[in-house]
Design a protein around this ligand. Structure first.
Ligand code: ATP
Ligand code: MG
Length: 171
């Protein structure tokens, strides 16, 4: 059994007059332990795909099986649990909480799971040991992105979804 299986996934955005077919009959499988890279021009549905796979957005039709369970059939409560326990997400626009420091943003992700983790160690790994008490507004784009990476990785999630995770990072 594939770890992830998408079957004819469609996502249509209806914003007013304009209908956007962001995903059209998308099908693929990912095995456990596999790393997959999705490439495509801007506006072709990469973020949409990651959002529906991460249970952040809903599909218009089709199925998404994760470990054999169709997450498109999940209730809001089941989705919250799935997002919290199984998914780590590095968002294209970081999505850090503005009123929490770098340390607290990372801490939040494991606190929600009631999991233990070495927050300082992971922030050190992404080169932010000198920025732990900074708020997102006090960080550069690349630094914010590195907090977002630390926040996703510390959970050691079953499924790690990274949306252009190094876009703002130039070393
Ligand atoms: N909330 C929304 N409402 C209406 N249309 C949307 C919405 N979100 C995305 N779209 C449209 O759906 C299409 C796919 O968007 P998406 O963000 O998935 O693209 P992308 O491949 O991630 O692009 P990029 O490389 O620029 O990040 C685009 O044409 C976009 O304009
Ligand atoms: Mg995108």
């Amino acid at each position: 059994m594939a770890f992830i299986k998408l079957e004819n996934v469609k996502k249509i955005y209806n914003s007013g007059e304009i209908k956007v077919n962001a995903l059209q009959d998308t099908c693929f499988e990912v095995e456990e332990g596999e790393m997959v890279i999705i490439l495509g021009p801007s506006g072709t549905g990469k973020s949409t795909l990651l959002n529906v796979l991460g249970g952040i957005d809903t599909v218009t039709s089709g199925s998404i099986f994760v470990e054999g369970k169709d997450i498109t059939k999940y209730s809001e409560k089941q989705l919250i649990k799935y997002r919290r326990n199984d998914v780590g997400f590095v968002f294209q626009d970081y999505n850090l909480l503005e009123n929490l420091t770098a340390y607290e943003n990372v801490q939040m992700s494991i606190d929600l799971k009631k999991q233990k983790g070495d927050i300082l160690e992971i922030l050190k790994k992404v080169g932010l040991e000198k920025r732990i008490n900074h708020y997102p507004a006090q960080l550069s784009g690349g630094e914010k992105q590195r907090v977002a990476i630390a926040r996703a990785f510390i959970k050691n999630p079953k499924l790690l979804l990274c949306d252009e995770p190094t876009r703002s990072i130039r070393l």
